[in-house]
Design a protein around this ligand. Structure first.
Ligand code: HEC
Length: 91
């Protein structure tokens, strides 16, 4: 059982190491939707990368990319959660 705990610890540490700059407030509902929907095609962008207005435009573009890849579109709730999160932590 101890061995299992060690393995799980290593998996967690390795998982963190692959995200160079951790995103703010990662446990929040908005951050979870952001991670889930925005890291499928590329590494997750940091909210500070863009200003809020730029994020609004980028999100539209990303929704088009999802459509092109026949991925399920963002639901209105997901869209709201992502934009709310980005509004709070954009630069
Ligand atoms: C269907 C695949 C896909 C998904 C899902 C996706 N993206 Fe993208 N993203 C792309 C592609 C492809 C590009 C490259 C630029 C382009 O073609 O529009 C990109 C580029 C970006 C860029 C610009 C990268 C840079 O270095 O400036 C940002 C920021 C971004 N995406 C954010 C997001 C966010 C936020 C989400 C979640 C809402 C998201 N992406 C979800 C495909 C995707």
């Amino acid at each position: 059982m101890k061995r299992m705990t060690l393995i799980m610890f290593l998996v967690l540490v390795a998982g963190c190491a692959s995200t160079p700059t951790p995103i703010p407030d990662p446990g929040s509902a908005g951050a979870r939707v952001f991670k889930e929907r925005c890291s499928g095609c590329h590494a997750l962008a940091h909210p500070k990368r863009l200003g809020y207005n730029e994020w609004e435009r980028k999100l539209e573009l990303m929704e088009r990319r999802m459509e092109q890849r026949r991925m399920p579109p963002l639901t209105p709730e997901e869209r709201r959660a992502i934009l709310g999160y980005l509004r709070k932590y954009s630069r």
